[in-house]
Design a binder for this molecule. Structure first.
Ligand SMILES: [Zn+2]
Length: 255
């Protein structure tokens, strides 16, 4: 008997249904369609990691092949990626900052993290890239933004405010208050033809320059993009002036 401790998958039926949809009710390795007997495999072999990205529905035969190593992990990951890319309507490619026109630069070695370094416009301007993987033209209709202000220690010295350069951009989104969420309905929608990559700019602004004053304020930004007034694409979180997301300030005693 296996004594492996595993946390049961929360909302297991819902997760299973989603996984079944992902594989179009056929085993990704052998095309068996006896889906009622399929088993949920943990890709990273950690039975407590129940994120949907870590789960793949397999027929019992192929599941045991994976367990025995006849089907290796890289093949499993490849299968999962192939399925994921197939089912995603809009694929997120990247987010960058327009460093020509704003003060922000990527923080090296941390993905989607940026810091204010120069005294140009402190309002960050992001370039978002996606691919429309559907067989239709889609419209970008809304941008949903949420912000979390990270706790910081003492306030820094007063820095004179720079002249704000106003670059020509596509969308200006007001930075929500801490923990708030804003939903901006785009008056100028972007129309994206099927199968095409697309890119647009979002400039965040705030009534108060104080909020962005570097390097003292740290934020986590959450962006969701809505298409056709119908479905949302959530992108990885963006870090501003911070290398990590955290909830509590911890103090270290230097000695
Ligand atoms: Zn199979």
């Amino acid at each position: 008997m296996s004594k492996k401790i595993r946390k049961s998958i929360p909302q297991k039926n819902k997760v299973r249904a989603e996984l079944q949809k992902e594989i179009s009710s056929a085993c990704p390795f052998c095309d068996s369609q006896d889906v009622g007997h399929f088993e949920i495999h943990h890709i990273d072999e950690n039975p407590s990691n129940n994120l949907i990205e870590n789960l793949l529905l397999l027929c019992p035969t192929c599941h045991s092949k994976v367990t025995k190593g006849d089907i290796i992990t890289s093949q499993v990951k490849e299968a999962k990626n192939r399925l994921k890319n197939k089912t995603e309507k809009i694929r997120f490619i990247s987010v960058n900052v327009d460093s020509e026109n704003c003060s922000w630069l990527p923080i090296e070695g941390v993905s989607n993290a940026f810091e204010a370094v120069k005294m140009k416009s402190l309002f960050p301007i992001f370039n978002f890239s996606f691919i429309n993987q559907t067989k239709q033209t889609v419209l970008l209709t809304n941008i949903i933004t949420r912000v979390k202000r990270l706790p910081i220690g003492l306030a820094g010295p007063d820095i004179p405010l720079p002249n704000i350069l106003r670059p020509l951009i596509k969308y200006k989104i007001k930075l929500p208050d801490d923990a708030d969420k804003t939903n901006t309905v785009l008056t100028e929608e972007i129309e994206i033809p099927q199968g095409r990559a697309f890119k647009f700019q979002v400039e965040l602004y705030s009534d108060s320059m104080e909020r962005f004053k570097p390097p003292f304020n740290k934020y986590v930004l959450f962006f969701e993009f809505r298409f056709n007034d119908d479905f949302n694409i959530l992108i990885p979180k963006i870090l501003l002036n911070s290398k990590e997301d955290y909830d509590q300030l911890t103090y270290r005693i230097l000695g």
